[in-house]
Write a protein that binds this ligand. Structure first.
Ligand SMILES: Nc1nc2c(ncn2[C@@H]2O[C@H](COP(=O)(O)OP(=O)(O)OP(=O)(O)O)[C@@H](O)[C@H]2O)c(=O)[nH]1
Ligand SMILES: Nc1nc2c(ncn2[C@@H]2O[C@H](COP(=O)(O)OP(=O)(O)OP(=O)(O)O)[C@@H](O)[C@H]2O)c(=O)[nH]1
Ligand SMILES: [Mg+2]
Ligand SMILES: [Mg+2]
Lengths: 300, 278
């Protein structure tokens, strides 16, 4: 199923044998509307349309063979939509859902992002997933500000059957450094730092993240983003990226009906892979990221 | 120099980008630019500033509608139900509002209606301590309708001025969870005639066009009486509320501009509109 924007675009080519300057601009305008409604950022849309235009202009659509070897015609409209879909997949891929594990000592995963984006919940989900894979995670309650944040992580740790390292009142950088020192006592091979939500424009809190990184050298630093995020995705992703060496991003709350166009913006701006997607509130709702799924969703 | 088509187009292109990146949304951007193009054709606007002012006037028009004001003294207790999707700032907003009302000398009771999420009750209890008001709660997993009933009943018995009920975050696409809210709403009315007097949807300013769907679905389920727009202290502009308020005729009761108890302000349309362009 296509959103009416993409359907309108496909219809621009009906009865046409090829994709020309004349008919493509109208189709691109329809796609533009659809992408903006899907929350793809304004400038990212411009770049995307330019790429699709370059790839499809002048394509004379010939007969193609279907899977049984029978020749079938592919219309310019179908071809155009397929080009959009392929370009979306290409931009959001390649698939890399790997975690970095160092040769010696525990792997460190650091979760960062805006307030309410789903960091704490995703920390619990990652812990459950890693435990199922035979790892021994230790969760670190590095949000010392939000009321009952430590409580929340401890409850999730209990549910996942995973220990939680917490020292209320200790500054997050020292706390994380201490957790790393004490990891052996827990026989932990993975540490996950759950940090407080913050704005990328908050200099003091960004400096706190830099301090945690300087003291512990995390191997995995994930920007956790709410899939419903709008045009601000670019400002926020750029803001975090400018000060933090991100290794991946995680998109949460994709179990709703947000089109998730921000994924394109976030991938474009951060240049790092989207690793996982959150598909619900319970601990088993974390999937590995697949561009095809999100591409179809953005197309509508 | 105005009235030249290329210059008009350039000014409109720049304004279009400003509007889109403020999350104003396709339908509203086209409406605003149509108004401007119409006035340009009539030679009513002769410089870039006039064009921007014309857009701002149209935005103010979109936010002008008959909105029932909060009438705190019209019921005792005045009961507010707070709803919204996950993580938007419902619990924090309730904490801020409770603090504000307490400073005005009002007695407030809070209902810990999120019986689902880990440490949700503990979070609201800390806010209750900060504000100096009692929090009614039950064990985790309890029926949210029972907790809300209990909180409203307590407000009635204590002759409190205001009762504010928190609810668990939920995506508007989850029908059983939306039905649960309707039940909570109905049960609150059983504890006190007319309750809840206010149903507020909390929207996160960083959300994009999905906020329109959120607003429509929550409104359909509960008949919203107001909106609280949070996280305006960030870089997101929240322009999506132009369409939402215009469509639902729901006023913005407060805006959230931070995580501390003082960070709740009244909504000023003109200030909000000016900020979309800054
Ligand atoms: N439906 C759904 N809800 C989610 C998902 N991930 C997180 N949530 C919910 O989103 C809300 C916020 O999640 P948290 O984990 O507290 O977010 P956070 O980023 O740690 O928040 P702060 O620490 O305050 O910045 C909670 O109600 C979670 O249950 C998801 O994938 N789907
Ligand atoms: N910067 C900023 N952060 C806010 C604002 N309002 C809330 N927050 C933060 O957003 C995060 C989520 O707030 P909550 O009050 O837990 O949100 P909620 O809607 O109750 O979340 P759930 O109950 O899990 O659905 C917390 O870290 C808050 O401190 C605001 O106006 N500005
Ligand atoms: Mg958290
Ligand atoms: Mg809450």
């Amino acid at each position: 199923t296509l959103t009416k924007g993409f359907q309108a675009a496909a219809n621009r080519f009906s009865g046409k044998a090829e994709i020309t300057e004349a008919n493509i601009d109208e189709a691109l305008r329809d796609v533009r509307v659809s992408l903006l409604e899907a929350d793809v950022q304004f400038q990212v849309v411009k770049t995307f349309l330019q790429r699709v235009k370059e790839k499809t202009l002048g394509e004379v659509v010939r007969l193609k063979a279907d899977t049984s070897g029978k020749k079938i015609a592919v219309t310019p409209g179908d071809h155009f939509i397929k080009a959009c879909y392929d370009e979306l997949c290409a931009l959001m891929g390649p698939v890399d859902t790997s975690l970095v594990y160092p040769r010696g000592g525990p792997a460190i995963i650091m979760m960062i992002g805006l307030q309410g984006s789903g960091k704490t919940t995703t920390t619990g989900k990652l812990a459950s997933k890693l435990k199922k894979e035979g790892k021994r995670p230790l969760l670190v309650a590095a949000d010392i500000y939000r009321p009952a944040a430590i409580d929340q992580l401890q409850k999730l740790g209990q549910r996942a059957g995973v220990p939680v390292f917490a020292k209320p009142g200790t500054a997050p950088p020292d706390l994380c450094a201490q957790a790393l020192k004490e990891a052996r006592g827990y026989q932990a091979d993975v540490l996950i730092f759950d940090t407080a939500g913050r704005l990328a424009i908050d200099d003091e809190l960004m400096a706190e993240l830099e301090s945690i990184i300087q003291l512990t050298n995390p191997h995995n630093i994930f920007l956790v983003c709410d899939a419903m995020i709008g045009q601000d995705a670019v400002k926020t992703a750029a803001g975090f990226k400018s000060r933090i060496p991100l290794t991946g991003t995680i998109l949460t709350k994709l179990d709703g009906d947000a089109r998730g166009g921000a994924a394109l913006s976030i991938k474009e701006v951060t240049g790092v892979p989207i690793k996982f997607v959150g598909m619900g509130e319970s601990m088993d709702r974390l999937d590995e990221f697949r561009p095809e799924g999100l591409a179809s969703r953005i197309l509508g | 120099i105005f009235g030249k088509p290329e210059l008009d187009a350039k000014v409109l292109d720049e304004l279009e980008e400003v509007l889109y990146t403020a999350d104003v949304g396709v339908k509203t951007v086209e409406r605003l630019l149509d108004v401007v193009r119409d006035r340009l054709n009539k030679k009513e606007l002769n410089n870039a500033q006039a064009v921007q002012d014309a857009i701002k006037e149209e935005m103010e028009r979109m936010l002008e509608f008959e909105a029932r004001p909060i009438s705190w003294d019209s019921a005792k207790p005045y009961v507010i139900m707070v709803v919204g999707v996950n993580g938007v700032g419902k619990t924090t907003t309730i904490g801020k509002l409770a603090s504000k009302l307490r400073e005005e000398g009002k007695t407030v009771v809070l209902g810990a209606g999120d019986t689902f999420r880990a440490a949700a009750v503990e979070q609201l209890k800390i806010w209750g301590e900060r504000a100096g008001c009692e929090v009614h709660a039950m064990a985790e997993g309890a029926d949210p309708a029972a907790v809300s009933f209990d909180a409203v009943k307590a407000g009635v018995e204590k002759k409190a001025d205001v009762v504010i009920c928190d609810t668990a975050g939920r995506l508007h696409t989850k029908t059983p969870l939306m039905e649960e809210l309707r039940k909570v709403h109905r049960v609150m009315g059983k504890a006190h005639e007319g309750a809840p007097h206010e149903v507020w949807l909390v929207l996160d300013a960083t959300n994009g066009q999905n906020a329109v769907q959120q607003a429509r679905q929550f409104n359909e389920m509960l008949n919203l009486t107001g909106i609280v727009l949070t996280k305006l202290d960030g870089t997101a502009k929240g322009g999506v509320i132009l369409q939402i308020c215009n469509e639902l005729k729901a006023p913005i009761r407060y805006i959230g501009i931070g995580e501390s108890k003082e960070d709740l302000q009244e909504f000023h349309p003109r200030e909000f509109i000016d900020a979309l362009f800054s």
